[in-house]
Write a protein that binds this ligand. Structure first.
Ligand SMILES: [Zn+2]
Length: 116
């Protein structure tokens, strides 16, 4: 059986989709790093706080990419637990926007934006 060495951890695995995610552009049609390393990579990226994206429903008129906004997360269970945080719009789509926030990893819970 063909084997393949993961470029990240250096371990050797059978060159199959059981150990590597498929990647049509790559040699043998498999990713260069193993599934374990890929999962690890994804998890780490998600926790990089400075790069958190936020999806906001119902993008209103007036929001543009690059604008600074204030996002509010409505508190659950009580309104007193609401939180507001500042961010910058990095993407705009028909039904949501991506906002880059600093220091907050629960960004996806913020649903209300105000232009600053
Ligand atoms: Zn690996």
């Amino acid at each position: 059986m063909e084997t393949k060495v993961c470029t990240k951890c250096g371990r050797k695995f059978p060159a199959t989709t059981e150990y590597f995610y498929s990647n049509k552009k790559a040699k043998y049609g498999l990713h260069s790093s193993c599934k374990v390393c890929m999962e690890e990579h994804k998890r780490k990226n998600f926790s990089v706080r400075e790069m958190v994206g936020i999806a906001i429903e119902d993008v209103r008129e007036g929001f543009e990419v690059g604008q600074k906004v204030k996002c509010t997360r409505y508190g659950k269970p009580s309104k007193e637990m609401s939180k507001t945080i500042k961010g910058k719009i990095i993407g705009k789509y028909p039904h949501h926007a991506l906002v880059k926030l600093k220091n907050w990893k629960e960004s996806f819970q913020y649903t209300d934006m105000e232009v600053l």
